[in-house]
Design a protein. Structure first.
Length: 122
């Protein structure tokens, strides 16, 4: 007899899933993510997913803005910069799709390295 418990996927209500999927859409999902994180009626799961989506979009936006467009550099510098921007954009889209897949499977939505342990408040 197998005593190990299989991990059962979490189930969310349909409206929560719609909000979470909308928040995870690359670039355009920032608007529903902001609406869900500011609003009072959203569940905690929707707010957490919205925070991850906003953080992901801000990291992408900051990396693209930092790289900018080097007009004074040579062609090789401009090509390298454009390749880096394309890599960041592709990583943003792939990460968003991966998070949507995790949502579909009922797993926790989060970014690697963002493991926050909740310590009891005194």
């Amino acid at each position: 007899m197998n005593n190990s418990k299989a991990k059962v996927p979490r189930s969310f209500s349909l409206s929560n899933k719609v909000w979470m999927y909308a928040a995870l859409v690359p670039i355009f999902g920032v608007v529903p993510a902001l609406m869900a994180s500011i609003g009072d009626r959203s569940s905690q799961e929707v707010k957490d997913t919205s925070k991850v989506a906003i953080l992901l979009a801000l990291v992408w936006l900051a990396s693209t803005a930092i790289l900018g467009s080097p007009d004074r550099g040579g062609d090789s510098l401009q090509i390298a910069t454009e390749l880096l921007k394309g890599t960041f954009t592709s990583a943003y889209f792939v990460t968003s799709i991966y998070l949507m897949f995790r949502l579909y499977r009922g797993q926790k939505i989060g970014l690697p390295g963002s493991n926050r342990s909740k310590s009891p408040r005194i």
